[in-house]
Design a protein around this ligand. Sequence first.
Ligand SMILES: Cc1cc2nc3c(=O)[nH]c(=O)nc-3n(C[C@H](O)[C@H](O)[C@H](O)COP(=O)(O)OP(=O)(O)OC[C@H]3O[C@@H](n4cnc5c(N)ncnc54)[C@H](O)[C@@H]3O)c2cc1C
Ligand SMILES: *[C@@H]1O[C@H](CO)[C@@H](O)[C@H](O)[C@H]1NC(C)=O
Ligand SMILES: *[C@@H]1O[C@H](CO)[C@@H](O)[C@H](O)[C@H]1NC(C)=O
Ligand SMILES: *[C@@H]1O[C@H](CO)[C@@H](O)[C@H](O)[C@H]1NC(C)=O
Ligand SMILES: *[C@@H]1O[C@H](CO)[C@@H](O)[C@H](O)[C@H]1NC(C)=O
Ligand SMILES: *[C@@H]1O[C@H](CO)[C@@H](O)[C@H](O)[C@H]1NC(C)=O
Ligand SMILES: *[C@@H]1O[C@H](CO)[C@@H](O)[C@H](O)[C@H]1NC(C)=O
Ligand SMILES: *[C@@H]1O[C@H](CO)[C@@H](O)[C@H](O)[C@H]1NC(C)=O
Length: 591
Amino acid sequence: MLLKSLFLLAGAQFVFAKCKCTPADDCWPSASKWNSLNSTVEGKLVQNQPLAKACYHGPGYSAKKCQRIASNWTNEFWIPESPIGYSYPLVDTCPPINASVAAYPSCELGTSPAYTIKATNADDVAAGIKFAKENNVRLVIKNTGHDISQRSQGYGSLSIWIKHVKDGLHFHKKFHYSEGSCPSNWTGSAITIGGGYVWKDAYDLASKHRHVVVGGGDPTVGCIGGFLQGAGHGSLSHEFGLATDQVLEYKVILASGETVTANACQNTDLFTALRGGGGGTYGVVLSATVKTYPTRPTLYHDLTIAALGHNTSAVLEATARMASKYPAIVDEGFAGTAALTRKYGPWVYGSPFIKFLANDSIEAINHAKDVMNREIINDLLPGNGTDYLVSSKWSTHPSWAAWYASTHHTSAGNSQPLMASRFFKKESLSGKEQELFDLLQILTTEVGAGVHTATSTVLLNIVAGGKVLNNVPYTSVNPAWREAYLVLQGIDMWPANAGSEEIQKVKEELTKRKLGAMKNLAPGTGTYVNEADPYDPDWKQDWFGDRYDQLLSIKKKYDPEDVFWCWRCVGNEGWEEVTGGALFGPLCQVN
Ligand SMILES: Cc1cc2nc3c(=O)[nH]c(=O)nc-3n(C[C@H](O)[C@H](O)[C@H](O)COP(=O)(O)OP(=O)(O)OC[C@H]3O[C@@H](n4cnc5c(N)ncnc54)[C@H](O)[C@@H]3O)c2cc1C
Ligand SMILES: *[C@@H]1O[C@H](CO)[C@@H](O)[C@H](O)[C@H]1NC(C)=O
Ligand SMILES: *[C@@H]1O[C@H](CO)[C@@H](O)[C@H](O)[C@H]1NC(C)=O
Ligand SMILES: *[C@@H]1O[C@H](CO)[C@@H](O)[C@H](O)[C@H]1NC(C)=O
Ligand SMILES: *[C@@H]1O[C@H](CO)[C@@H](O)[C@H](O)[C@H]1NC(C)=O
Ligand SMILES: *[C@@H]1O[C@H](CO)[C@@H](O)[C@H](O)[C@H]1NC(C)=O
Ligand SMILES: *[C@@H]1O[C@H](CO)[C@@H](O)[C@H](O)[C@H]1NC(C)=O
Ligand SMILES: *[C@@H]1O[C@H](CO)[C@@H](O)[C@H](O)[C@H]1NC(C)=O
């Protein structure tokens, strides 16, 4: 007790070599300093309040407002509208729940930033960087807040929110570098994404010009932030390579406040780091120019397998048999994300896969259908009507955009999610029906009992193979991407009213048992930095492979003072969030 009050009195600085100032410290900037920052950024500074404050007794309490917040809480469109809206909160210190019933006596900002600059231009971004440096305040960068490892959050931080930087989306019929001296090898078209746009925006512009761009499956994912900088996959990555492989040029504000261009001729090391080395680490990206391709007819195969008589095992067995055949359909060009869920009771497998066709000739279509029928469907028919019900539907669309518009892509309804994932090479799939079945049984085991049971979902992403297998110069993605055929994801959602011990149990089960089982079946690979278990003890190796040291030296060159720091990002050694057993705490230098 005495130690605790001493600690608070002295401020964290006293105990550690150096800590970032937090609102609990004397060194926290005064109101007049914040006001002066606010005038520099022309009134765009926001002092954050917990999103669900209205649910808690005290000033601002409103049952009606709370009800509204609660019903929008898991809405993917609502979350990115707030400066502190986060899809994967990990630590939730103010959920919109009935405080009188649940284990949350009070509501705090927690790991959400204290202040946010709603930036609209490069000057706002530079002002935020300068303020954070001069006042020893932790800095974070946020776009949509979709990050899975808390990398756009930070207790007691100033956040630069780039969502409202909107310098337009520009289509270039023939690409040229912005500064003439770089000879381009790319003779095709491109789009410059000038700020915090989402993939839906880029798809719409590309489509207007009868082109496509490699983006996310979900339309709400931001383009230029964590997605592009960390790799980026979707239904077209198989055909054209990872999204980050498509970047021709970035405009970046560095820790020094200087704006630079990074491409294959200038700042090539920074260009390399921003193509796979992760968001929030090397600078603030203001715009990205990415390749686009002429659109083509798109074949859609919508397969669902639903358990009959609650025979879960039959659906898992069928899924395992299909997954073992994935290499054949991936090599044929099928792509997309299959899901194993039990949202409606019994387990259901669904695979909305597409093939981006060379042309819409009957031969091209029949060839693709034959491969799918031979490898996947025929094998399912004996159990159809007894163990499960199989629906297999085909449709052809004149363009990729026409297909995209015809189906649903948002994963609404997720709440309190945690994720773990792994790359699977061909060898870990082909002929491994039994092993895959055993793994799926583990991944679909739900932790807990009764009302407080965590729900699970398994996603089987066939978004690799094809062009993803080609290593591309000036990229720094985990080399394991270049051998991957499947990105397998396990998602567990802890129940809304779970206490901290129950939540901890769900986290541990995911990391130890579920991720452990994935690693056993796919040894020596790794996973995708943007869709990984933040509690994976081997995160450096698993997320970055042997690229980590090279990325660290680039980080040190461009950000020698660690202005950009995020948990689970390159260069985070030397700093630690000192929580003393609490859920959050100051960021301190540890050596
Ligand atoms: C609903 C949902 C669907 C998804 N679908 C896909 C998918 O189909 N394919 C896929 O590959 N991934 C997908 N993801 C994962 C996604 O790639 C990551 O969540 C990614 O980090 C999101 O980037 P963001 O910038 O939008 O998010 P944020 O949380 O805002 O930021 C993520 C990271 O990037 C940094 N950052 C943000 N903007 C900038 C900037 N301008 N400059 C420098 N750093 C910046 C942040 O500091 C943070 O470190 C999905 C995630 C969710 C929640
Ligand atoms: C910044 O200024 C704007 C406009 O004057 C004001 O609405 C806002 O509340 C100010 N922000 C802070 C944190 O004081
Ligand atoms: C939130 O949900 C309610 C329905 O409960 C809806 O009326 C409202 O428009 C939603 N959006 C916001 C921003 O509150
Ligand atoms: C919270 O619980 C109390 C007591 O059970 C109930 O009266 C109230 O309506 C609940 N509020 C909400 C927002 O659900
Ligand atoms: C163009 O290709 C050449 C040869 O492969 C390579 O050396 C050069 O770096 C490339 N230039 C750009 C701008 O990508
Ligand atoms: C469930 O399906 C499996 C595999 O198809 C089958 O062997 C088993 O008999 C079925 N179980 C029940 C209870 O129908
Ligand atoms: C259509 O694409 C196939 C490859 O899938 C190719 O063999 C065929 O020649 C193409 N036909 C036309 C008319 O371009
Ligand atoms: C499976 O059986 C159902 C019901 O008998 C039938 O409607 C459906 O077409 C069958 N699925 C396939 C792929 O043949």
